[in-house]
Design a protein around this ligand. Structure first.
Ligand SMILES: [Zn+2]
Length: 109
């Protein structure tokens, strides 16, 4: 059983209907933004970076940000501005802090 690791979660997706795929030449695809986070026993601990990727509707080819076209870069930036790092990614850290705080209170009361 893996207790500690990295996970990603889809935050937002935006369609680009007129984006031409460089692999199959078909038009249409999406740009998505993912939140990457560390977890302990599936409880999100700390947020890491956010990752942007695109996918073609026709051939399902996935492209990373470094290979984006200008239009995809623009949409990616937009998504990045619209989405914030979700609070639940800090749930584990919050739990640990709360437990430490309670222990602190008990010790000094
Ligand atoms: Zn394609």
């Amino acid at each position: 059983m893996i207790l500690f690791g990295r996970k990603d979660k889809l935050l937002a997706t935006r369609e680009i209907p007129d984006e031409e795929c460089e692999s199959c030449g078909e038009k249409g695809g999406v740009v998505s933004i993912f939140q990457i986070y560390y977890h302990i026993a599936r409880i999100p601990l700390i947020p890491l970076s956010r990752k942007t990727a695109s996918q073609c509707y026709s051939c399902r080819k996935v492209k990373l940000k470094k290979n984006f076209s200008n239009q995809q870069k623009m949409v990616g930036e937009l998504l990045r501005k619209e989405t914030k790092t979700p609070l639940w990614t800090m749930m584990g850290a919050g739990l640990i802090l709360t437990l430490l705080f309670i222990r602190f209170l008990i010790r000094f009361s």
